[in-house]
Structures are given as C-alpha cells and as structure tokens.
Design a protein around this ligand. Structure first.
Ligand code: 6GU
Length: 222
C-alpha cells in the first residue's frame, strides 16, 4: 500500500477528485491511501499564521519555511516507510510520463506539499526530494498539480486498472511523446461521420498497424 500525504491550506479541494472513479477504487482495493494534512495546523500563534511578506519587497505573501518544515517532520513521524517529498512549483522540472513511471516504481510513500499565495520561502527546497512543474502556465496553487501527480502515479500501480497498465506501457510504448490512437464506439455512423473501415474488419494485425500509424497532433496547433 502506498500512502500519499497531501499537505495543503485547502483540504476540501481534494474531496471530489480523490473519492471518485479510479482513485476511489484504488483506495477501496487498499492499493493506495490518501491522507490530507492541513498546513495551517503548523502555523504560528493563535491565528495559526503560515504566511508573511517577502524580504526585499514585492506583491503578496509567501508561505513561511517553518510551517512547511514542521509539516514534513510531522508526516515523517507517522510512518517508518521511506517518504519522497514533492514540491509542485512552476520552477520545477517539467513533469512527464517518464517521471510518473519512475515514481510509481519507487516503493515509497509520498508527501506532496502544495504551495499557495505568491509562493514559498526558497529555503524549503533543502528539505524536499523533487520539484515539479506540470507545464508552462501559471496556476494559483499546488493542489491541481498534486492531483495530476497522484492520478498519474496511481493509475500505474498494479491492480488499479485491472492489468491494463502493463499492456499500455509495454505494447504501446507509452512515453513522453506518444499520443494514444483515436477510438470509436457505437454507432457506426453519426451525422454522416463513419468509423474507419479497418476497425470493423476484424483483422487484428491490420488494426494494430493502423493504430500504430495514428499520431495526429494537428489539433494541438489550433
Ligand atoms: Cl506545480 N504550480 C503552479 N502554481 N503553477 C504551475 C505549476 C505548479 N505547474 C505549472 N504551473
């Protein structure tokens, strides 16, 4: 069982995503467990303050290093298993399928620290193992990236997709650059749009060849 500890200032954001569909089933099958930690529990004083203004000036507030550090220590006190600590940040390495593949093989629990506000005190970098960005655009916090990372790892764990995973990884060589082939279901014709004939042919060799040839990313240019 792999435990994902997710540290956030907005625990409610995760309710729907973690408790629906495959992520719910993965918990139900005891393949993964999700534990949401509220960073505010490690804030200072009565107001549980976790943020402060940046040295040198600038807009907004930063997450202070100490509440994040205390969160890490707390989570490490909860388990004897190895914990890989991940910080989602637009300044991290771009997260790719190959990263998901490696993380899914690690036999480690994970702590994902979700930043908010205008960022975090850079000194927290010394206490994390990995930093990832999920692409070149700016989001309001680390929660959506955390969901992306959790989802992409969980679906690779044995038993989550009922054995499909190895098929996807091996026979289709899913890597950072492949797109999946287009698929069709009933009806055979919709508003004059027909299903490619080869898929109705029953010729599995021809179908496999056709699928391998499909790599149409033209819509990405629109
Ligand atoms: Cl990990 N965080 C934020 N705030 N924005 C992002 C991101 C992460 N990855 C892409 N944009």
């Amino acid at each position: 069982m792999i435990t994902f500890f997710i540290a956030t200032l907005f625990p409610e954001i995760f309710d729907g995503v973690l408790n629906s569909s495959m992520l719910f089933k993965a918990q139900d099958k005891q393949i993964v467990s999700f534990k949401i930690i509220n960073i505010r529990d490690f804030g200072f004083g009565q107001r549980k303050q976790v943020d402060d203004t940046p040295y040198g000036g600038g807009d907004g507030m930063l997450l202070m290093v100490e509440p994040l550090y205390k969160t890490i220590l707390y989570v490490k006190s909860l388990t004897t298993k190895k914990i890989t600590t991940i910080l989602p940040t637009p300044r991290g390495k771009t997260y790719l399928q190959s990263d998901a593949n490696k993380l899914a093989e690690m036999d480690s629990d994970f702590l994902i620290l979700c930043p908010r506000y205008e960022g975090y005190d850079e000194r927290i970098i010394n206490f994390v193992d990995k930093t990832y960005s999920i692409g070149n655009y700016v989001l309001t916090g680390g929660e959506i990236p955390a969901m992306v990372i959790v989802d992409s790892i969980t679906r690779l764990l044995p038993g989550v997709l009922g054995g499909e995973t190895s098929v996807i990884n091996e026979s289709f060589q899913l890597n950072d650059f492949t797109t999946e082939f287009p698929q069709y279901t009933r009806p055979e014709e919709f508003n004059g749009l027909v299903v490619p004939q080869v898929l109705l042919s029953g010729n599995h060799k021809k179908i496999a060849e056709w699928r391998n040839k499909q790599n149409d990313t033209s819509k990405n240019e629109l």
